[in-house]
Design a protein. Structure first.
Length: 368
């Protein structure tokens, strides 16, 4: 397998539209890296530049230590799996998987060995004589992955391969691709807009927005140590709650929300860190799972209590989402499903002060 390095890579289209702006990514040998971000963030354009399907406007791209900016896609020794499968409808599964090898003049015996090995890995041996129209979406996607496997490329590229599948199939294929990564010991770069896919599959995740990389890190670090407000809000479902406020000196260091619904005395390291922000506006963020209700948690001094009417109650099976307002800003809490809270009733909720996140109001960078 191989390393993939992007050094100050940019993509500028005619008219000056900047799709990707001077990004730097270093994908290690046999690493699974996921590019994730909202629509139009530049993740698919980045993948297509790696594949050679888009020209690089500026910067350098290396695969296995070789500069490949001007190398044709067929000579980069990569394999790409597309969102729409891109199977030939008139060919059988076997023929689809073998087609690329035939073009490269592989021996028939070698082709058969490679196709059968890939089919066994993916559990599609019984479908080899069928045509794509006789397969389900998940089966077609496995064929598309199999077509990539038989080539034994240095790098596998996946461009939102699961977005056409239903929720159950997405979970199954997610697991299949993760297992495939471990069994092949392959270098894989995977593009998705789904942060759950990114968190469950990637060794490291590249968070992009507006053609710029905001953070490259492990799933746990992205979740627990986001570098800015965008990353904090993008990772996690439901997303982090945010509210504007000011840091005040009032018998200690206090966060006071703009509408005065919150007045939280800070504790521990946060108190020291935020002394530099006295009389300055900042953003407070807290994840839904760090807001508890008194029915499911014993009160501890580290909690900050609020009493609030519940606007919406969403039972999710093993947990319940509670929607409420602070300073006219909608918040959501994620609590265990021990009882069914009643919509419209006043509920006592507790914010874990040790789990509060703070962000500079102007730069939106994390304050630590």
């Amino acid at each position: 397998m191989a390393e993939v390095q992007l050094k100050n890579v940019s993509k500028v289209y005619e008219g000056g539209n900047i799709a990707v702006k001077e990004i730097n990514i270093d994908v290690k040998d046999r690493e699974f890296v996921v590019l994730v971000g909202p629509s139009g963030c530049g993740k698919s354009t980045t993948l297509r530049m790696i594949a050679g399907l888009e020209d690089i406007s500026k910067g350098e791209l290396y695969i296995d230590g070789k500069l490949v900016n001007d190398v044709a896609p067929k000579d980069r020794n990569i394999a790409m799996v597309f969102q729409n499968y891109a199977l030939y409808p008139h060919m059988t599964v076997y023929e689809n998987m073998a087609f690329g090898l035939k073009l490269r003049k592989f021996d028939k015996k070698e082709i058969k060995i490679r196709v059968n090995d890939a089919a066994k890995i993916l559990g599609i041996e019984e479908y080899l004589e069928r045509k794509p129209k006789a397969l389900s979406g998940g089966q077609r996607q496995r064929v598309a992955v199999g077509r990539a496997i038989v080539r034994k490329p240095k790098v596998f590229l996946f461009d939102e391969p699961l977005s056409n599948l239903d929720a159950k199939l997405r979970v199954q294929m997610r697991t299949q691709i993760s297992k495939l990564h471990h069994s092949l010991n392959a270098t894989m770069i995977y593009v998705t807009h789904d942060q759950t896919e990114a968190m469950t599959m990637g060794d490291r995740i590249v968070i992009m927005k507006d053609g710029v990389i905001h953070q490259v890190d492990t799933p746990l670090n992205l979740y627990n140590l986001p570098v800015n407000k965008f990353v904090a809000g993008f990772i996690g479902s439901p997303s982090m709650n945010f509210i504007e406020g000011k840091i005040l000196q009032d018998n200690g260091v206090v966060f006071k929300s703009s509408g005065n619904d919150l007045s939280i005395k800070l504790i521990g390291k946060q108190e020291d860190t935020l002394k530099a922000y006295i009389n300055k506006n900042i953003w407070l963020g807290i994840r839904p799972e760090d807001i508890y209700d008194t029915a499911s948690m014993d009160y501890k001094p580290k909690y900050y209590k609020i009493d609030t009417p519940l606007e919406v109650v969403e039972p999710m099976g093993n947990e319940i989402f509670l929607y409420f307002f602070i300073d006219k800003v909608q918040f959501v809490a994620r609590i265990p499903a021990r009882e069914m809270p009643e919509r419209g009733k006043i509920r006592t909720l507790m914010l874990d002060r040790e789990k509060l996140n703070f962000f500079d109001f102007d730069t939106e960078l994390a304050i630590r």
